[in-house]
Design a protein around this ligand. Structure first.
Ligand code: K1U
Ligand code: ZN
Length: 170
């Protein structure tokens, strides 16, 4: 079991655009396993490789109640998207900030699993929100980038205050 370091805002490495996976080898399988271990350890429902400073298009998720339904999305693409809705989001890379973000309501995800098999899956509710949030990470976009300038400024000020307090108290 390997727990990877999760990059935190304002780390510039979170702004790196991820590259498509071209080889489904043991390295990718190990990355997927380590990302799942890290997501469970951090109590997240999703994680993008960008957040652990690996700039390949790999996403893991599990939003099941018992935390026993891992999902892997490699080179994800949205082939269909309908409707819009607003929901509260959080992010392991932007701790302590929860804000409503507008997303596509339903999407269809085309992706590969870690064995290189291609799949297509319809998604709504939390799966739809989460895949859009994670695919943003792969593009170097954070959910706070979707907020109004005022809300973004407030979030930044809160994060800076939290960083100052953490530095003071160790
Ligand atoms: O990408 C990440 O940092 C993971 C993120 C996924 C996510 C949660 C909620 C909406 C969109 C994307 C998290 O897991 S944040 C922590 C969390 O478990 C959570 C936060 C708010 C609502 C539901 C869950
Ligand atoms: Zn996130």
């Amino acid at each position: 079991m390997a727990i990877l370091e999760v990059l935190r805002f304002p780390d510039e490495r979170l702004r790196t655009k991820a590259q498509p996976v071209t080889e489904f080898n043991d390295e990718i399988k190990t990355l997927v396993k380590d990302m799942l271990d890290t997501m469970y350890e951090e109590k997240g429902i999703g994680l993008a490789a960008t957040q652990v400073n690996v700039h390949q298009q790999v996403v893991v998720m599990d939003h099941s109640e018992d935390r026993n339904e891992p999902m892997v999305f490699i080179n994800p693409e949205l082939t269909d998207k309908t409707g819009k809705f607003k929901n509260e989001e959080g992010c392991l890379s932007v701790p302590g900030i929860y804000e409503k973000v507008e997303r596509w309501e339903t999407v269809t995800i085309k992706y590969f699993d870690e064995h290189g098999e291609q799949h297509e899956k319809p998604a709504d509710e939390l799966l739809s929100i989460c895949i859009q949030h994670e695919m943003d990470h792969l593009e170097g976009i954070l959910f706070i980038d979707h907020l109004s300038p005022l809300k973004r400024q407030r979030a930044k000020a809160k994060l800076e205050k939290m960083a100052r307090q953490a530095a003071k108290h160790g």
